[in-house]
Design a protein around this ligand. Structure first.
Ligand code: FAD
Length: 576
């Protein structure tokens, strides 16, 4: 019998699960006879779900991907048999949902809790693990990995407990990694320690906020005005017994606070711009869907760029295609959109201007100077089809559709660093819309503002002073003192900012190299890491968030089960 090939998968969140599944699919399809034994390392209690999708987090944490999308795009696992091993099938999300909850009803898109999706992922992992353990093909170590030593013929994986494991190949699917505190957070940390104040540095788990330390009198500031802030605000309202009830004949909700819930939350961010909700239903969503011809335009732009990679220095090829598609989609909206007599070319030029300068002013755009409450009300109405659509809202939805094409087929763009940095810059800028929250979240934020619980008077870049009672936020002549500070900003996947031992070791050994100073590390399409000297380390690969810059699609659950995991699995088995 040939030697058993040993593979380590470090980090078993969704991507580690997808890597494990892909490995056995590839083994079967490539007809690999050699036995493959996998060592799994996951620091958290629910492999498959990992920390972000943990089934035991508070139910108020919602996913920003709706069930329709999950049902259409999160496919199941087929049954596989090889040698004497049988790996059972596992249903796709839709079938699983129907088995557990019956047919969905209602036209509104439903955004499940992250814990529910976590149960799906963890069950999916467990069924595979049981079968593989039964066949003696897998071992699971629920330990943190602190170091990988690459050697001529393989790698040694070192855990925090000091155990060593030798493997032939390893893939890091470690997702979100801890980062060093920014200067501001370090300063606040020292301040909080000195005066015994409460500073929540980590946005998650938000359940940490639901403690006795928070009373109705506690004034809380939230640093950030995006998706994590919405989870935190929900924890600080619903988590304390508050309720949101629909207002009759309106798309708005009313907030009914409990006696325990904090009465004042103060949100702030650098630009003060509110998150923009996704369309309410499948029907409204379809208004923004590019036609197959328009998608072809995007695909051709990508293919031409890849074929001429050495000449591509920025993201013009991408944003020009997006602008062109948006202008057609906007024209198709007709009376649903804000009125314009601009020609298609002029609309496209305006969209391009908007992409390059999101603060651009025009009657077709929602001005950045609009009061945040008014802007949220306006976008809520657009999401529900109750007011004319603005060009910026339309652009954001077109970006969302375009990203699903990019993440599916072009997540690894073989372009130079400058072009990749530019591409990622524009994708990030689109996220206020393309990664927008559910309609329900914006309804809740509006209700909290109207109930005078969520204070947006300081939302745009307030001056922040440290006082012994806490923090003083000042905007113009107004100021407010808060005694608790909650950080809701999740750090970007910047290689140099990551503080985990595992990545620090890779960096110290100069075995990794960042795509410009802002982004993640350099990899090949199959995930193998490229070192500072330009060498490919044969035995170590990385998939996901920390490869941002080499790939573009890293913050999306569905993408985890896509091409990169498949490419890695095929690559690794071809080297067996
Ligand atoms: C707060 C938050 C909310 C999000 N919400 C959504 C959403 O609603 N929809 C969406 O599509 N995407 C969302 N995302 C994006 C998310 O990145 C992906 O959905 C997905 O979780 C990525 O999977 P992953 O396996 O690559 O990384 P992760 O989910 O981060 O999993 C990595 C796993 O590796 C483990 N690990 C890390 N380091 C080590 C180590 N040294 N040793 C052992 N184990 C280790 C971790 O414990 C973790 O379980 C969200 C991200 C965050 C941070």
């Amino acid at each position: 019998m040939s030697k058993t090939f040993k593979i380590g998968i470090v980090g078993v969140g969704p991507r580690g699960l997808a890597a494990l599944e892909s490995l056995y699919v590839a083994k079967k399809h490539l007809g690999i006879q050699q036995p493959v034994h996998v060592l799994l390392f996951e620091a958290s209690p629910y492999p498959g779900a990992g920390q972000i999708w943990s089934p035991d987090q508070v139910a108020t944490n919602l996913s920003n991907v709706h069930e329709r999308n999950l049902s259409n795009n999160l496919a199941g696992r087929e049954a596989l048999s090889f040698d004497e091993v049988y790996l059972p099938q596992f249903p796709g999300y839709q079938e699983w949902l129907e088995l557990n909850e019956g047919e969905a009803s209602g036209e509104q898109d439903h955004f499940p809790s992250r814990s529910k999706i976590g149960s799906y992922l963890n069950e999916r992992f467990e069924t595979l693990r049981q079968a593989l353990i039964g066949a003696g093909l897998v071992e699971l170590y629920q330990h943190e990995v602190v170091q990988i030593e690459t050697e001529a013929s393989g790698c040694t994986i070192v855990t925090k407990a000091g155990d060593y494991y030798k493997v032939d190949e390893v893939v890091l699917t470690i997702g979100h990694q801890p980062t060093y505190d920014s200067d501001q957070l370090s300063e606040w940390d020292a301040h909080a320690k000195k005066h015994s104040l409460k500073l929540y540095k980590d946005p998650y788990p938000v359940g940490a906020l639901e403690t006795d330390a928070i009373t109705p009198e506690t004034k809380i500031a939230l640093r950030g005005f995006g998706l994590s802030m919405v989870d935190q605000v929900r924890a600080l309202s619903i988590g304390f017994g508050g309720e949101f009830v629909p207002v009759s004949n309106s798309i708005e909700f009313e907030y009914k606070p409990s006696t325990e819930a904090p009465r004042e939350l103060v949100a702030f961010s650098l630009n003060g711009l509110p998150p923009v909700p996704k369309p309410f239903s499948e029907e409204i969503d379809a208004w923004f869907k590019p036609t197959p011809e328009e998608n072809k335009l995007l695909i051709e732009a990508m293919q031409t760029a890849e074929a001429n990679a050495s000449e591509i220095k920025d993201a013009s090829f991408l944003i020009e295609a997006i602008a062109q598609i948006t202008s057609s989609v906007y024209q198709r909206l007709q009376a649903r959109a804000r009125t314009t007599d601009l020609s298609l070319e002029q609309l496209s030029a305006l969209t391009l201007q908007l992409i390059k300068n999101p603060g651009h002013e025009h009657t077709l755009l929602v001005s950045h100077n609009t009061e945040p409450l008014e802007a949220m009300e306006l976008y809520l109405k657009m999401a529900c089809g109750k007011t004319k659509i603005s060009l910026d809202y339309c652009l954001g939805q077109v970006w969302r559709f375009a990203l699903s094409v990019l993440y599916h087929d072009y997540t690894y763009m073989n372009l130079g660093d400058d072009a990749m940095v530019d591409v990622v810059k524009y994708i990030e800028a689109s996220k206020r819309y393309s990664y927008g929250p559910p309609v329900k979240s914006v309804q809740q934020l509006i209700a909290l503002v109207k109930a005078e619980v969520l204070n947006l008077d300081f939302v745009k870049d307030p001056e922040i002073q440290l006082i012994k009672e806490g923090w003083r936020l000042t905007k113009g002549v107004q100021s407010v003192d808060v005694d608790v500070m909650v950080n809701s900003v999740i750090d970007a996947p910047q290689l140099k900012a990551v503080s985990s031992s595992l990545v620090e070791h890779l960096r110290e050994d100069k075995r990794v190299d960042a795509v410009s100073y802002k982004l993640g590390l350099h990899t090949l399409e199959d995930g193998r890491i490229i070192s500072q000297g330009g060498n490919t380390h044969q035995h170590i690969a990385l998939l996901g968030r920390l490869a941002k810059g080499s790939v573009v699609g890293v913050d999306d659950l569905i993408e985890c089960f896509g091409k990169p995991a498949r490419k890695w699995a095929e690559g690794v088995l071809k080297r067996v």
